[in-house]
Design a protein around this ligand. Structure first.
Ligand code: ATR
Length: 278
């Protein structure tokens, strides 16, 4: 790709950053839409994060994504926060405003819900949702579900205190003991795995889906493997399943639109392109 002197710049700050799929994903869109711009991997050590962020306006960057381990530090370092970033308590997208101030956004929950709607258009927020896991990823999912109108959320986590803390903070959540995770599926319209169980190299997620309605949607934020054993089991019994790759793709859309001025689309060829390098 040949850049002009006016090329728009963005990137992803992480430490390490080599594992990030974001340069490939944004690079695909830049190429597809013929945009004069670049999206770079930015390896920023934790002690340099504030300095690196403050350099964005000076260098003429439009903004950046931030990934592990910077999401909480950036939350504290930016000048403005969007409402959804405030609710999630972490930032994954930074936008440089015209006056050089930095706005922190969090698009993880947005990516989750957009992926769910795209993969399971029949899903309805009226029915209870069962959420497995209370780690960093769970918070974005819970906030997005509540914003979409889910008023009955059953949350279960190995370490019950983490689930209780989230429930106390967000409200509208019933905490279920981890041992009882297979027994809380009655009437649920959605089952979400936000734990790392089932991910390549991690232990499997052991769970019986016997009590789950056939009409319920099952989704996993794990995307390596793409078809986790949870999704396989759910698909075999006739449930609609939504894999986790789409969440990664959809969470990238608001940042791209803000930095490069084009609303990008999540398409099969994009999925295929990102999958080739998972
Ligand atoms: P992330 O920020 O990606 O969510 P995390 O904060 O480490 O990562 O959370 C990982 C989630 O997977 C947590 O819900 C964790 O449960 P704990 O809060 O009890 O640690 C869950 N998890 C990881 N390994 C697990 C295991 N072997 N059994 C049950 N849950 C597990």
């Amino acid at each position: 790709m040949i850049l002009s002197g006016k090329a728009k710049l963005a990137g992803v700050m992480g430490w390490p950053v080599g594992h990030s799929r974001s340069p490939r994903l944004h690079g695909f869109w830049l190429e597809k839409y013929g945009i004069d711009g670049a999206y770079l991997p930015l390896a920023v050590a934790p002690e340099k994060i504030s300095q690196a962020l403050r350099a964005l306006p000076s260098l003429g960057f439009q903004g950046c994504n931030v990934t592990i381990p910077h999401k909480e530090a950036v939350y504290k370092a930016v000048d403005h926060l969007t409402e959804r970033a405030k609710k999630i308590g972490a930032v994954n997208t930074v936008i440089v405003n015209e006056d050089g101030a930095l706005t922190g956004d969090n698009t993880d929950g947005y990516g989750f819900i957009e992926n769910l709607k795209a993969g399971a258009p029949e899903w309805k927020a009226e029915n209870p949702a069962v959420v497995l896991g209370a780690g960093g990823a769970a918070r974005g999912v819970l906030v997005a579900l509540q914003e979409a109108g889910v008023s009955d959320i059953r949350l279960t986590n190995r370490t019950v205190e983490r689930a209780e803390a989230l429930a106390a903070d967000l409200g509208g959540i019933t905490v279920i003991d981890w041992e009882d995770r297979s027994d809380c599926l009655k009437d649920a319209g959605l089952l979400v795995n936000t734990t790392s169980l089932g991910m390549t190299g991690q232990p499997p997620l052991e769970m019986s889906l016997e009590g789950l309605n056939n009409s319920a949607v099952v989704t996993d934020i794990v995307y390596s493997p793409l078809k986790t054993s949870l999704l396989e089991a759910a698909e075999t019994r006739g449930n609609t399943v939504v894999d986790g790759l789409g969440m990664l793709l959809h969470q990238a859309r608001p940042g791209f639109a803000a930095w490069f001025g084009k609303e990008p689309e999540v398409t099969d060829d994009l999925r295929q392109f990102v999958l080739e390098d998972l």
